[in-house]
Design a protein around this ligand. Sequence first.
Ligand code: ZN
Length: 512
Amino acid sequence: MWARVLLALVATLAAGAPTADAAVVRPPTGFPSLPQTVPSPHFVVHYTTAGDHATSPDAAATLSANAETAYRLIVETWGYPPPKDDGDGRTDLYIANLGTGAGAAREEPSLEQSTSWILVSTANLTSPYPIAHEFFHAVQMGIYAHEESWLDESTAEWAGQNVISALGMNAPPNWYDAPWVSLNCGWPGPCDDHDIGGYRGSIFMEYLDERHGMTLVHEVYTRAAQLGAGNGQAHSMPALSDALAARGSSVSDEFVGYALAASSGQINRLGVTSARPRVVNSLVTGTITGPLGPVPLVVDHLAFTNLLIMGQSRGTYVGACADERLSVEIALPPGIPTQPAFVSGTTITPLTITGGVARGVLPWSDCSSSTTTLVVPNGSTTADDQPFPVMLDVRLVNPVGESATPPTTPVTTLSVKARAGAHGKVTLRIRTAVAGKLTIKATTRRNKKTRTYATAKRTVKRAGTVTVVLRPTTTAARLLRTARKQKLTIAITFRPKTGRLRTVRVTTTVKR
Ligand SMILES: [Zn+2]
C-alpha cells in the first residue's frame, strides 16, 4: 500500500511528501510531532494524543501487540529475515490520520537492502491485517528493495492474509473481480480493475504457498537480490521464474493450475475456498440442438477468462429435461501454455488437447440444472490478446424414436406411438409399466430456431396405455398454415412414482 499512502500523504499533509527516490526523511517532511511511544522487543510505536492525528494509548498498544504478532509469525514461525536494522533493532511505526491508508516507506531508497519505517492510519489500528501487510513490505525491503509493485503487493497481501488466517480470522475474499487482468499488471501499468498495485496476485501466491511452502516467496526475493546486485533494477518475473525452476516448475504451469484451482474452490485458505472469480461470459443453450458459436474468447498473458454455460436460464422451467450431450472445441493459439477445463462445483474436467485443438464432452440437458464453467487460462508470461474461439455443439443423446439409455435401476417401460391427424393434430399412444407423471413437449425446427409446437401433461394412475392428443398452439397453427407441413420432434418424459426419469423422443410430420 506504498504508493497509495504516499499519495494520501500529499493530500493529508500538503507538504513535500517524499517521491520514491527522495532523500531520507523520518517521518516525512511536514509530519506532525508524535511525542508518545510504545516500545516493544521489535517495534517502537510513535503517536500523539492531541490534534488531528490523535489516538489513544490503548489503540497504540493494540497496534504494538499486532505488530509483534506479525513478527512472531512472519520472522519466527515462517523463517523470514527481520527488517534491516536501522540502529536500535526495532522498526518504527508512526500513527497518523491517513484516512484508510497504511504504508511502509523505504528509508534508504538508493540501497538494494533498505531500512524502513511504517505509517499506520488512526483508522487501521485494531486489525492485525494492515500492520502484517506493511511489516512484510519492511521484510521485503531488507532482502531486496527494488521489485515491481505487483510482486511486492501480491506477496505482502498474501502474508497479511495468512497472519489473520493463522489467528482464525476470515481473510476477505476481495481479489477475484478481474481474472482477465494479467498477474503482473501493476503500478504503473494499464490495469483496468482499479487494482493499481497488483494485489490480486495474492491468491496466486497462496496457490504457490500450498504447493511449494511458505519459503517460496523468500526464495523469490533472495533470487531478486542476486539478479539486482549492482544494478538496483526490478527482476520480479525472472526471480519468480527462477525460484519455481529450482523446484522443477514454471510460472506458466503454475498459473494454468492456479486458474483451475481458483475457479473450483480448491485453494484451501479460509475465505478463499468459498470465493470464485467473476463470471466473465455466459451462454444459455436452451432448447436449441446443433452447433453454437464461435464464442470469441480473448485472453491476455498470465490471465484467464471463463464462460458460464447453462442449459436454461436460472429459474426457468421448461418441463422435460432432454437427455443431451454438450461438446466443446477450442482452436488453441499456437505456442501458448494452457489447459482449458470444465468446472462444475469443485470438479475439474480438463479438455483433451490434440493437434492444437482442445475438446471436451459433458452430459447435458435443456434445464437449468445443467451448468458448467469453461475456464480458459493463458499461461504465457508475455503474449497478450490470444484468441480462444469456442465452438459448442448440443446433441440429443438418443437417436429420434429410440428409447433412452438402458437404465441400470429397475426398468420403467415407456413406449410411444405417434400418429399425425388433420389440422396439425397428433395422437400419442403412451404405454407405461407403472404409475407416474407424463410431460410432453413437441417442437419444430426452422431457420435454425426451435419453436414449441404443443405441450401437454398427464398423470398416469396405473400401468397401461394412455392416449394424449396434441394440438398446435395458436402461433404454431399459423406457421403450419404457411408451411403446409412440418416435422415435429416430440419429447415424452415420464416421471415414475419410483425409479428413474425416462425420456423418449419420436418424430412425425404434421400437415395443415
Ligand atoms: Zn502494500
